[in-house]
Ligand binder design. Structure first.
Ligand code: ZN
Length: 692
C-alpha cells in the first residue's frame, strides 16, 4: 500500500466525488468565461499567439516564445534569413515555444535564436497543424502548453477536487488493464461513465480517467527536457481555412473538407506570380509530403504533370484538379556542385556511388514551414556531434483516431526499430483508445514528417490522428483535447532514450524490479537502515547518485504534540542516499533471479516516527530513470524508538549525570526523546528504581 492510495468515496453522481469545476470541465488555468482558454471554442492564429506571449510573460523561467528562426548559415551551407520561414501568403513564421527549466540559462543558439540549450537535456519536438483544416491538431498542443504552465512547480495539485493528489496519471499506471487507476469513474452510476459519449464507458477523455496526473512528473520533465512545441506549423493555411475557405462555423460550412495545404502560389501563371489571389484549384503544397526522405517516389501520383505547377480544374486532359497532396516542386539545383542534378535523393543510400549519401536531393523541404522544421532540427545541435537532438518527435493531425509510426513510404516494409516503435505506439494508443499501426498500412505516403525524422535522424516519430472530423464541433473540443493530452507528455518522457525504454518495456524488466516494501525492511537497533532493491540481472543500472538513489525523509511528532498541543508532525526535507552493489541475490516479481543493491539510510538512532522513502533507478546509458514505487508515490516505514538496551542504559546513565547538575533539564530531555507513552513508562520505572 503506497502513501497516497486511499479508498475512494462512494458516489453515484460526478458531484458526489469531484469539484463542481472539474465536473463541468472548467479548467483551473483561466476564468470560466474565457471560452478559448477553456477549450469551449477554438483558438485562432491570433488568439493562440497572444496566449503564447502571455504565458511566456507569466512563466519566464520555463517559456521562451519564438517565431521561425533567426537564420544564418544552415547545416547545408545555405545562407538564410528570418524571412526564409515566413509563409508565402500572409507572411507569418510559425510561432513556437521553447520549454525547459531555467530557459534563460544554458547555451544560446544564434541560428535558432533560443537560449536554454543544455547538453545534458533531451530534446523533443511536438508539431501541430501541418494540415490547415485539422484544428484539433493545434488545439491539443495548446492544451499541453496550458497544462505545463499551470502544473510546473505546482506540486500536489488536486486536479479533480476529490481530496487525492496524483492518483490517476495518463495510461494504465498499475498495469491492470484499466485506465481509471483510482476507480473513480468506475464508481459512478453507469449513466455518468461515458461523459464524452464515445460509447466507451470510463475510457480516455471521460471524466475521472487519467485526470489527476503528477505535477512533480511534469515539473521533472520540464527540468530535464527541452521541449520544442510548435502548435501551428501551417499558419498561412490555417488562416485561409478559417477566414476564407470555411466560413464560420467551419463544422457546418466544411463538414468533411477544408483547406489542407500551405499557400504556395503554383500558378496558373508560372512563378513568380505575386499579385495573384489564392487559386484554390492550384495553389499550395502538402507540407506533410514535402520532407526530403524518399520524397516524390515511388508514389509519383502525388506530383503534378508539370513540375512546379498544379493542373487547373479546367484542364480536362489531366483528369485531376486540386492536387491535395502535392509534394512541392522538383529541386533544380546541383546541390553538391558536381555538375549533375538530383542524382542522390534522400533515402539513406549512396545512389550514385560517389562516397556521399543523399547529397543531391530531388526535392522536398522547399516550403517556409518545412524548411523551418529542417533547420530547427539540423541547427539545434547542443552536443555538437552533427546528429539531431530530437530522439523522439510527435506530430498531431486529424482525424481517424490513430497512432501511426514509420514507415509511410513503403508497404510490406519495416524499420529496423519496428518492435520498439510498436511498443511506444501501443502505449500512446492505450492512453487515447486509438489504434496503433504502421503509417503505410493506412495509406502509403511520400515525404512525410515522420519518415524524414526517423529515416534521416533516427528519431522515434509518431503521427497522432486526432478525433473524428477535420473541424470538430466546438462542443467536442474540450474532451477531445483532454483525451489526447497524454501523448505529448509521453513523447517528452521517452525523449531520453526511446529505444532503450522500449527494450526494457518489452522485456517488462522495470516492472519486475522492486524496492523493499516497509514490512520487508529490517530495521537494526542502531546505525544505518538498509533498504534493498532487487534489480534484474543484465539490467544496466548506474550507481551514479544523481540518477540512482533513495530519497528519504523522517516524520516525527513535534514537541508541540508531546506537550499536549495540537497534533503536529515535523517533516524533514527529502534527502538522497546512494545505492551500492552487494553480492546477494533476490527473486524478481516474475520469479526470475535478480541482484540486490543496497542503500544505507543514515537515519539517527534517536528518531522514532516514520521514514518515507522512494527510489529512482537510472540506467548506465543515462537514458531511463525509473521510480519505485511508481508514479511519485513513496513508502512509509514506521519505526519505534530503536536503541537497544545497552544504548538506552547509557543514555539513562548520562541523563542521571545531567540530572545531578541540572535536575530540571531531565524532563525536557526526556520529552524531546520519547513519545508520551514511553515517557510515562520511563518515568514510572525511574521513580520505582529510585524508590522516591
Ligand atoms: Zn493531416
Amino acid at each position: 500500500m503506497t502513501a497516497n492510495a486511499q479508498d475512494e468515496p462512494a458516489g453515484v453522481a460526478p458531484t458526489d466525488i469531484w469539484s463542481e469545476d472539474y465536473t463541468n470541465m472548467i479548467f483551473p488555468w483561466a476564468p470560466a468565461n474565457d471560452m478559448d482558454r477553456q477549450f469551449k471554442e477554438y483558438h485562432s492564429y491570433e488568439t493562440m499567439k497572444d496566449l503564447m506571449l502571455q504565458l511566456e510573460q507569466e512563466n519566464p523561467d520555463i517559456f521562451e516564445f519564438h517565431e521561425g528562426l533567426l537564420g544564418g548559415t544552415n547545416a547545408r551551407g545555405e545562407e538564410v534569413t528570418a524571412d526564409t520561414y515566413e509563409g508565402w501568403y500572409y507572411g507569418y513564421s510559425s510561432p513556437w515555444m521553447k520549454i525547459t527549466g531555467d530557459v534563460g540559462g544554458g547555451e544560446y543558439n544564434e541560428f535558432v535564436g533560443d537560449s536554454g540549450n543544455y547538453a545534458d537535456r533531451h530534446d523533443v519536438m511536438i508539431v501541430g497543424n501541418h494540415h490547415a483544416r485539422e484544428w484539433m491538431s493545434y488545439t491539443v498542443a495548446i492544451m499541453q502548453l496550458e497544462v505545463i504552465a499551470f502544473s510546473y512547480d505546482n506540486i500536489g495539485y488536486d486536479n479533480d477536487g476529490d481530496g487525492l493528489v496524483d492518483e490517476d496519471p495518463w495510461g494504465d499506471d498499475n498495469n491492470d488493464g484499466i485506465l481509471d487507476d483510482d476507480g473513480d469513474c468506475l464508481a459512478l452510476a453507469s449513466e455518468f461513465q461515458d461523459s464524452n459519449g464515445d460509447g466507451n464507458p470510463c475510457g480516455p477523455g471521460d471524466l475521472g480517467v487519467d485526470e489527476d496526473y503528477s505535477e512533480q512528473f511534469i515539473t521533472d520533465l520540464v527540468n530535464t527536457r527541452e521541449i520544442y512545441l510548435i502548435p501551428m506549423l501551417n499558419v498561412d493555411g490555417n488562416i485561409y481555412d478559417r477566414e476564407v475557405f470555411c466560413p464560420a462555423p467551419a463544422w457546418e460550412s466544411c463538414p468533411s473538407g477544408g483547406w489542407r495545404k500551405n499557400l504556395r502560389n503554383n500558378g496558373p501563371e508560372l512563378l513568380p506570380d505575386p499579385n495573384e489571389q489564392v487559386d484554390e484549384d492550384c495553389d499550395g503544397v502538402d507540407l506533410n509530403r514535402n520532407y526530403q526522405y524518399e520524397w516524390g517516389w515511388p508514389l509519383g501520383a502525388t506530383i503534378p504533370l508539370v513540375p512546379g505547377t498544379c493542373t487547373p480544374a479546367e484542364d480536362e486532359r489531366a483528369g485531376i484538379t486540386n492536387n491535395d497532396v502535392y509534394t512541392g516542386p522538383f529541386d533544380t539545383k546541383d546541390n553538391d556542385g558536381d555538375g549533375r542534378v538530383n542524382e542522390d535523393n534522400v533515402d539513406g543510400e549512396d545512389d550514385d556511388n560517389d562516397g556521399q549519401t543523399d547529397e543531391d536531393w530531388a526535392g522536398g523541404n522547399s516550403e517556409p514551414e518545412t524548411r523551418f522544421i529542417q533547420d530547427l532540427t539540423e541547427m539545434n545541435d547542443d552536443a555538437g556531434n552533427g546528429a539531431s537532438e530530437f530522439k523522439s518527435t510527435l506530430t498531431h493531425h486529424s482525424y481517424s483516431e490513430l497512432i501511426l509510426y514509420p514507415w509511410g513510404h513503403c508497404t510490406g516494409c519495416e524499420t529496423s526499430d519496428h518492435d520498439q516503435l510498436v511498443y511506444h505506439g501501443d502505449k500512446m494508443a492505450e492512453m487515447t483508445d486509438y489504434t496503433n499501426m504502421q503509417s503505410s498500412d493506412l495509406y502509403p505516403t511520400t515525404g512525410d514528417f515522420c519518415d524524414w525524422h526517423y529515416g534521416v535522424h533516427g528519431s522515434y516519430c509518431y503521427t497522432s490522428e486526432i478525433g473524428t472530423a477535420f473541424h470538430q464541433h466546438q462542443d467536442d473540443v474540450d474532451h477531445i483535447a483532454v483525451r489526447n493530452l497524454g501523448t505529448g507528455f509521453y513523447i517528452a518522457e521517452i525523449a531520453d532514450n526511446p529505444r532503450e525504454r522500449a527494450d526494457l518495456g518489452i522485456a517488462n524488466i522495470s516492472k519486475n524490479q522492486f524496492i523493499q516494501m516497509p514490512e520487508m525492511v529490517n530495521v537494526p537497533s542502531k546505525g544505518f537502515i538498509p533498504v534493498d532493491m532487487c534489480v534484474a540481472n543484465g539490467f544496466s543500472y548506474s550507481l551514479d547518485e544523481s540518477v540512482s538513489h533513495v530519497m528519504y525523509r523522517t516524520v516525527k511528532p513535534s514537541r508541540a504534540q508531546s506537550d499536549y498541543g495540537p497534533k503536529e508532525w515535523s517533516t524533514t526535507a527529502w534527502s538522497m542516499a546512494p545505492f551500492e552493489d552487494t553480492s546477494s541475490s533476490c527473486t524478481l516479481l516474475n520469479g526470475e533471479n535478480g541482484t540486490v543493491i543496497r542503500s544505507n539510510l543514515p537515519i539517527p538512532d534517536t528518531i522514532s516516527g516514520q521514514v518515507h522513502y522512494k527510489a529512482m533507478l537510472g540506467t548506465l546509458g543515462g537514458g531511463d530513470m525509473y521510480l519505485y514505487p511508481a508514479n511519485g508515490d513513496y513508502y512509509v516505514l514506521s519505526i519505534d524508538y530503536r536503541a537497544d538496551y545497552g544504548t538506552f542504559g547509557g543514555a539513562l546513565f548520562m541523563f542521571l549525570i545531567v540530572a545531578g547538575f541540572v535536575w530540571g533539564g531531565l524532563a525536557i530531555c526526556l520529552r524531546m526523546m520519547l513519545t508520551d507513552e514511553e515517557e510515562k513508562e520511563f518515568m514510572d520505572a525511574l521513580i520505582e528504581e529510585d524508590g522516591s
